[in-house]
Design a protein around this ligand. Structure first.
Ligand code: OSB
Ligand code: MG
Length: 368
């Protein structure tokens, strides 16, 4: 495509209910939406940073600054470029993977729309719908958690992931397991534990969990390998897998036997596909993680999760799991426990301009 500009917006989308993890509680999803303005038409992407640097070092204002000050100008300098060239142009700038991913996605959407091709087909999707799991935040107490999980099971979600933290670990997991029997169940610690908690984490082995996600710190690859030898429950890494190289290292060290793939965290959907391919080659199961995406990223995630190596249900839920109103005209819905893979050109979703405008709290446009 021939790039003419980028429009960036900060959006505030109210959540249907507070979302609590080991690192904090969110009531509003603050997200950056990117519009690539090209001579061949517009494309849309999203930067999945959160308001505070608590999940990763990236956060809204940091991503906003680096995107406007360095990343978008470097891409605009090139003028004509293919989506596959975006990562290389941005490579000299260290880190800021979520910011890079959002820009790449907008260019990808524009290019695929211009070509009349769907992202699903481009990425190598082999399914027309994907099984939908749901990530359930920490609730007031285990009884409240059971009722919240019951609601999602009634809606049809095929896999439950509960967030845990020190003190809200074995008890919460036991409550859900006792209430619902042999449902597909997994837990996510968002790096809240240390090796000093290994005994507590080993207690989780009795619940036959699909996996435990990111118990230790982002840079604890060796400790995760040590812990993996101690547990029967498979360890899945999220925060630690910041690139295909990090995935290779984690697999070589035995730090994880399952990988959560999030395109934002790894710098884009093209890098995400590389991690998928590596894991297929290594016989390691992967699943698609989520970052409370708007309809833009949610559509891309559904397509990514339709690749053959995504053998576990992902956090690819209906838009209604987080939002009463989305910024796309046809938000993802749950049908028989699945979410449909969009087949339209590009990401296959259209922006609802009124909703986009209503949720916008800041805007900046850069042109060549
Ligand atoms: O660790 O997977 C995570 C949300 C924000 C930051 C990190 C995580 C999450 C989720 C929600 O678990 C996943 C989703 O449904 O979008
Ligand atoms: Mg996680």
């Amino acid at each position: 495509v021939t790039l003419e500009g980028f429009e960036l917006r900060v959006l505030h989308l109210p959540l249907v209910a507070p979302f609590t993890t080991s690192f904090g509680t969110e009531t509003v999803r603050e997200v950056i939406v990117v519009r690539a303005l090209t001579a061949d038409g517009d494309g849309w992407g999203e930067i999945v940073t959160q308001a505070d640097p608590l999940y990763s070092s990236e956060y809204t204002q940091g991503a906003w600054d680096v995107a406007l000050r360095f990343l978008a100008p470097a891409l605009l300098d090139r003028g004509r470029l293919a989506p596959e060239e975006v990562a290389g142009v941005l490579e000299p700038f260290k880190g800021h993977r979520m910011a890079k991913a959002g820009l790449e996605l907008a260019v990808l959407d524009a290019a695929l729309r211009a070509e009349g091709r769907s992202f699903a087909e481009y990425a190598g999707a082999v399914r027309d719908r994907v099984p939908s799991g749901v990530s359930v935040g920490i609730q007031g107490d285990p009884a409240a958690l059971v009722e919240t999980v019951r609601g999602y099971l009634d809606e049809g979600y095929v896999r439950i992931k509960i967030k845990i933290k020190p003190g809200r670990d074995v008890g919460d997991t036991a409550a859900v397991r006792d209430a619902f029997g042999a449902i597909p169940l997994q837990v996510d610690a968002n790096s809240a534990f240390t090796m000093a908690d290994a005994d507590t984490l080993a207690e989780l082995d009795r619940f036959d969990l699909l996996l435990i996600e990111q118990p230790l710190q982002e840079d604890d690859l060796v400790d995760h390998a040590t812990l993996a030898r101690r547990l029967r429950t498979p360890i899945c890494l999220d925060e630690s897998i910041v690139s295909d190289k990090a995935a290779a290292d984690a697999l070589a060290l035995g730090s994880a036997s399952v990988i959560n793939i999030k395109a934002g965290r790894v710098g884009g959907y093209l890098e995400a596909v590389r991690i998928h391919d590596r894991c297929v080659e290594a016989g390691v199961p992967v699943w698609c993680g989520g970052m409370l995406e708007t309809g833009i990223g949610r559509a891309a995630n559904a397509a990514l999760a339709a690749l053959p190596g995504f053998t576990l249900p992902g956090d690819v839920s209906a838009s209604s799991r987080f939002y009463t109103r989305d910024i796309v005209t046809e938000p993802a819905v749950l049908e028989d426990g699945h979410v449909r893979v969009p087949i339209g050109h590009g990401l296959g979703v259209d922006i609802d301009p009124v909703a986009l405008e209503d949720f916008t709290v800041a805007r900046e446009t850069l042109t060549r």
